[in-house]
Design a binder for this molecule. Structure first.
Ligand SMILES: [Zn+2]
Length: 389
């Protein structure tokens, strides 16, 4: 009889295992049912436009299970896009408070919370959030980018410079470019006080960080020229051409003044001819015509511009051609119709934008170093084409 009981032992164990398994399955099912109820309640609230109740219900579901974290991020980001920042904040704050979330999700929640605060204009709280992520391999660069955006909005140039070491370590081109521009901002302030040495030191730092910062060379040329160091200024103008050919037309006039002071206009026109050959810029063409007229004749200059305009017509080029015709006519007979044409072109160009942002397409009559629309640095350049350069 006892042997028979021993024989039944494996059966009892199998029964126990089977019942235990069923019990776990039942527990899982109960949790899933619970979740399903919470989600459907949340969705019902969403559909009936009771969004605050919907959020509470969906957040409640998240307490139980974290498989749906991505869905919660999507929901919160949607709220932010719709301008419902209080709701976005509520979801992200909840995610930040969840202890069981993996580090990556937690960092994402902190990052998104920073973006919510930034959208709400709460810069100090956004700064606190982004500062927490500076050592994160996933969010370090992104957080630093937003921090610089905050410092740019608050014109807190020094705060940005306090992150210099980390920016250099990350070696991110965009961050280096932004930091260089912050040095240029400080240099501009020193320039206004005519602190020659400080300006040069700050601009040299800017160029070390971003050797392509034509803004640094532009300001450097300006201060050298103010202090009668024209050779150094001329070198800066040449550097600007090599750094940014599109921006160069804006410095042609200043560069001309610099070479004139050095009594080296032949070198200037040689350089400008090269610029014209390489870029076909209208600014360079107009500048070079003075040389053609002086060295050869007015007739030769008119022939030159006509042939240039046939190859690449621009309104500004045509305006200059009309000017030349007026000067020519005044020497022969007085022709009022040319004056009228000149006036019309002048009025037409007045309403046209001179600068366009290469980053977002924003257009403007005046130049800004930081685009008023997308806030990118050094992206506003003379517009090319028929109505531009
Ligand atoms: Zn822009």
């Amino acid at each position: 009889m006892i042997e028979l009981l021993f024989l039944l032992l494996p059966v009892a164990m199998a029964y126990g295992w089977f019942m235990g398994r069923n019990s776990i399955k039942q527990k899982d099912q109960t949790i899933k049912q619970d979740l399903s109820i919470k989600y459907s309640t949340g969705l019902n609230y969403l559909l009936s436009n009771q969004q605050d109740k919907a959020i509470d219900s969906l957040l409640d579901a998240l307490k139980v299970e974290d498989d749906s974290v991505e869905a919660h991020f999507a929901m919160a980001n949607l709220f932010r896009k719709r301008g419902e920042l209080d709701r976005a904040l509520k979801v992200h704050e909840h995610l930040v408070r969840l202890n069981h979330l993996p580090t990556k999700d937690k960092q994402q929640a902190v990052f998104e919370l920073g973006k919510d605060f930034l959208s709400a204009g709460l810069y100090d709280r956004a700064e606190t959030m982004f500062s927490k992520l500076l050592k994160s391999s996933d969010y370090g660069i992104k957080a630093l980018t937003y921090l610089l955006q905050i410092y740019q909005s608050t014109k807190d140039w020094q705060q940005c410079i306090s992150h210099k070491k980390q920016i250099i370590k990350l070696n991110d081109k965009r961050l280096l470019h932004t930091l260089a521009n912050f040095y240029c901002e400080l240099a501009t302030m020193a320039f206004e006080q005519d602190e020659f040495i400080t300006v040069i030191e700050l601009l040299e730092l800017a160029l070390q960080l971003d050797p392509n910062s034509c803004r640094a060379n532009w300001l450097m040329a300006k201060i050298y020229q103010n202090h009668q160091q024209c050779e150094l200024a001329a070198k800066c103008y040449q550097d600007i051409y090599h750094q940014d050919k599109e921006f160069f037309p804006d410095v042609i006039e200043k560069m001309h003044g610099c070479y004139k002071n050095m009594d080296a206009l032949d070198d200037f026109y040689k350089f400008i001819k090269k610029v014209y050959d390489e870029t076909a810029s209208t600014g360079a063409l107009i500048s070079y015509l003075t040389y053609v007229e002086e060295k050869h004749s007015k007739k030769k200059a008119i022939e030159f511009i006509l042939s240039a305009l046939k190859r690449r017509p621009t309104i500004r080029g045509f305006q200059h051609f009309v000017n030349m015709q007026i000067n020519q006519a005044q020497e022969d007979i007085n022709d009022d119709s040319l004056d009228l044409i000149k006036e019309l072109i002048g009025e037409y160009l007045k309403v046209k934008h001179r600068y366009g942002c290469r980053s977002c397409g924003f257009n403007s009559q005046i130049h800004y170093w930081s685009c008023p629309s997308c806030h990118e640095w050094e992206q506003l350049k003379p517009i090319r084409g028929l109505e531009g350069e």
